[in-house]
Design a binder for this molecule. Structure first.
Ligand code: AMP
Length: 215
């Protein structure tokens, strides 16, 4: 199965993608995680992406299309994968369809995580992230066992540069302008499902499984 998770930043796509991936033996491909990894390694790609990410705007289409194009052709993706944070523009979605079609494959399902901007602002500004393994915590709702330390790998937790208030507002604006048109794109292809993302984590998982099976 090739699954696309759509939704604004902070709607829980990453958390659900990781959970689903480990439970279903699928791969999770997150362009955000790949770009942050490139930044932490100091690669040319990371350097190029950082200034866009810190401002809350999208990295140019060709950069992320190449990144995903290479990644989804490797043999470990043959069993299927979950895309989280890609595509984010119509051009990315069309390029994805073309890249997959070359190999006789297609997106099977796209699921939209629905949630209001107000809830997202609260969620994202309290979010703390492990830069090493990507695990997420929250100052109010999901505290680590030891303050400031990742439960999974013991590294320090940080507030991502792009989780600062003014950058969050920018990211939401970018989402509404550039990514939301994908809802209609996948609806027209008859592939769209929805989940209410403003529910406890376990309930979102149940809704997500239902939305995937509903086709
Ligand atoms: P995320 O962790 O998915 O919220 O992504 C963090 C940042 O990485 C975004 O605000 C963008 O600057 C960049 N990014 C991630 N995925 C994409 C994408 N598909 N297209 C363009 N920029 C992206």
């Amino acid at each position: 199965m090739i699954l696309v998770l759509l939704g604004p930043p902070g709607s829980g796509k990453g958390t659900q993608a990781k959970k689903l991936a480990s439970e279903r033996g699928l791969l999770q491909l997150s362009t955000g995680d790949m770009l942050r990894h490139a930044i932490s390694q100091g690669t040319k790609l990371g350097l190029a992406a950082k200034s866009f990410m810190d401002r809350g705007v999208l990295v140019p289409d060709e950069v992320v299309i190449n990144l995903i194009g290479e990644r989804c052709q490797s043999s470990d993706c043959e069993g299927g994968f979950i895309l989280d944070g890609f595509p984010r523009t119509i051009h990315q979605a069309e390029s994805l369809d073309q890249m997959l079609a070359v190999h006789g494959r297609q997106v099977d399902r796209a699921v939209l995580f629905k949630i209001s901007d107000g809830v997202l602002l609260r969620r994202l500004s309290g979010r703390r992230t492990c830069l090493k393994c990507g695990s997420m915590y929250h100052l109010e709702t999901l505290l680590p066992k030891v303050a400031g330390v990742c439960d999974q790998c013991g590294s320090n937790l940080v507030q991502r540069e792009d989780d600062r208030d003014e950058v969050i507002r920018k990211r939401l604006l970018v989402y509404h302008q550039q990514t939301e048109p994908l809802v209609e794109f996948y609806r027209r292809q008859g592939k769209l499902g929805n989940v209410d993302a403003d529910q406890p984590l376990e309930d979102v998982t149940v809704s997500l499984l239902r939305a995937i099976a509903a086709k």
